[in-house]
Design a protein around this ligand. Structure first.
Ligand code: FRU
Length: 610
């Protein structure tokens, strides 16, 4: 809800003294406590931001932002009670020339303990022209996308247009926990260096802005103009309903469609994902029928009138938790002429290692109905796009160039995402990945994930290169730069398991074990560093290597708080967060009971891009 700029008016302070027994003035605000749980904060000077002091362990206070007497927005902020953890900026530049009053309700819980006026926050409210986003927290990733500050979950509405990749995301700019969801926005020319933009779609009277997708409407079918970018997302309040917003400046700013909602159901449904069916000249929409564990498929000529065509999923695959964040796309199999469709069904909880994970089905789609492939026994197999604990809500960019299917995931897990040991920001995205399809030795089709080619440009120096070396029990050790990519191939020779250990001076380590007998690679982060913020964090994750116990080539990416492992052809990917007290600076590879060989070992340092 943007307010038109009018004349500049600064609120008079004097009148407030008469009506309020407790008053604090200064820092560009005037504060009047009205009772145990209600405080009025008036802006008395202009600036770009009003800093709001946060204490994360608190419950939310409700801040009603009143502009010229009208409610402009309602935000939930964990205003500090006993200590200020950090501040978050409320953009007040947009209110220039208007009277701004915050009517703040702290909850019963706070007031029953003590009078709200004692709270630590009030002295730290401040009108300012700058907000420091140069976050130097030690776990802030150096080359993965993160929000500048605040909470982030799912990637949303990603698309590629005119040489720019656009990434939107579930964003709470008012604290590092889930709340106040808007679509944050970043863009990139190369998928690895990101520019941050203001929020693209903000909550309104229909609710918060939950996940969704964007598509380029090249025919202008939706009435927003040819080439408009149209976002479809879930407006979430008491219910979840589907809304549209359009952009005619290439995704920078969006105008919410006045006829929203465009699709309503009488049950929980969210995360609309749409694409243009060029054969049938109409839009296809996949919507997560979350609690029913199914995906609903609709079609429409104009994105506004939707017809339910079919549903997919009841009783199939992993059925725990809720089904969320779908995506549906066609890919060639083994890079040949044959194609198959892939339906991504993120689910939470119910992932293979607890909590959130990206399940997918391969199959056929006739424009109305998706039918999943079956295995040799006639069952629909459960398949996972990544075998770590920290890969969720993964969806793809619309209109990626050269037929690419490029995806990005949220690198966390709902089991502990709000508790991870970071402060000013929470959560990062995975590296961008290219999805393909391959056939395994049993004839089953699986999705592959490889780092997008642009990721190679992150390499700084080749710090170690080893052609071929035999390893035994004692193994080999290599020094690691803090930010790095490590590539190598293991030949298990005698078929015994091989340990790949990343460790630091503090004795913390991540141990990966390649077990050729089982054709698995496991990742043990139980002693990886800080793990005690959640009982669900310390864990071992295991991936099938799809190589019948033979040679295994890996690409491993280490950032400050994540490790991503890829089989070099993408046959599996594994993404796990880690919080070591100091960076892992040693890699040791040894063979449990006999000889093995590693070849083409390359260790690259990676540039920090912040
Ligand atoms: C998945 C999800 C979505 C929802 C969003 C809300 O992580 O639960 O289903 O739209 O997060 O932030």
């Amino acid at each position: 809800m943007n307010i038109l700029l009018k004349t500049i008016k600064v609120v008079a302070v004097a009148t407030a003294i008469i009506v309020s027994p407790v008053l604090k003035a200064g820092n560009g605000v005037n504060i009047e406590h009205l009772g145990v749980n209600n405080t009025i904060v008036r802006l008395t000077s202009e600036g770009k931001y009003l800093l709001l002091p946060v204490q994360e362990s608190n419950d939310d206070a409700i801040i009603n932002v009143i502009v010229d007497g009208e409610l402009d927005r309602k935000i939930h902020v964990r205003l500090a009670k006993s200590k200020v953890d950090y501040t978050v900026p409320l953009d007040i530049e947009r209110y220039k020339g208007h009277n701004v009053v915050l009517n703040i309700v702290t909850t019963q819980d706070r007031s029953s303990v003590r009078d709200a006026k004692e709270d630590a926050c009030w002295n730290r409210f401040e009108v300012t022209d700058s907000f420091d986003t140069s976050n130097r927290e030690k776990f802030r990733p150096a080359y993965h996308h993160t929000p500048l500050y605040g909470w982030m979950n799912d990637p949303n509405g990603m698309f590629y247009k005119d040489g720019i990749w656009h990434l939107y995301y579930q964003w709470n700019p008012f604290g590092s926990k889930w709340q106040n969801l808007a679509w944050g926005h970043s863009s990139s020319e190369d998928l690895v260096n990101w520019t941050h933009h203001p929020a693209a779609i903000e909550p309104n009277g229909l609710g918060m802005v939950f996940s969704g997708s964007s598509a380029i409407d090249s025919t202008g079918s939706a009435g927003f103009g040819k080439g408009a970018v149209v976002a479809m997302y879930t407006s979430a309040d008491v219910s979840q309903i589907q809304s549209l917003a359009s952009s005619i400046d290439g995704g920078e700013t969006f105008t919410v469609y006045p006829g929203n909602p465009v699709l309503t159901l009488d049950s929980e449904a969210r995360d609309p994902n749409m694409f243009w069916d060029k054969d049938k000249n109409r839009w296809v929409l996949v919507l997560a029928h979350a609690l029913e564990h199914e995906m609903l498929i609709f079609t429409s000529p104009d994105m506004k009138e939707w017809t339910l065509e079919s549903s997919f999923g009841k009783g199939l695959g992993a059925q725990d938790g809720v089904w969320e964040c779908p995506d549906l796309f066609e890919l060639s199999v083994d890079g040949l002429d044959k194609t198959k469709w892939v339906l991504l069904c993120n689910l939470n909880p119910g992932g293979p290692f607890g909590g959130s994970a990206t399940q997918y089905f391969t199959g056929d789609f006739d424009g109305r109905k998706f039918t999943a492939d079956t295995d040799a026994e006639g069952n629909v197999p459960t398949k996972w796009l990544d075998y770590g604990k920290d890969h969720y809500a993964t969806v793809s960019f619309s209109d990626a160039p050269d037929g690419r299917r490029t995806v990005i995931g949220w690198m966390s897990n709902w089991q502990y995402a709000p508790e991870v040991p970071t402060t000013q920001f929470r959560s990062a995205n995975t590296l961008p990945r290219e999805i393909g399809l391959f056939t395994d030795s049993k004839g089953e089709i699986h999705a592959s994930s490889t780092p997008s080619p642009e990721v190679d440009a992150l390499r700084d120096k080749l710090v170690k290169s080893v052609g071929r070396t035999n390893i035994g029990k004692k193994g080999r050790t290599y020094e690691l730069p803090e930010l790095c990519e490590i590539d190598f191939e293991i030949d298990p020779l005698k078929g015994r398991s091989i340990d790949i250990v990343f460790s630091n001076a503090a004795g913390e380590e991540v141990t990966m074990i390649y077990d050729p007998a089982e054709s698995t690679l496991s990742f043990d982060r139980r002693r990886s560093g800080i793990t005690d913020f959640s009982q669900d964090f310390a864990a071992v994750t295991t991936a099938p290597t799809f190589n019948d116990g033979g040679r295994l080539a890996l690409r491993i990416f280490i950032d400050r708080s994540s490790i991503e492992v890829f089989e070099s052809h993408g046959r599996f990917a594994m993404t796990n967060l880690v919080f070591p007290n100091s960076p892992y600076n040693r890699l040791s590879i040894n063979s449990d009971g006999g000889n093995a060989r590693i070849s083409d070992l390359k260790i690259y340092s990676i540039k920090s891009n912040r």
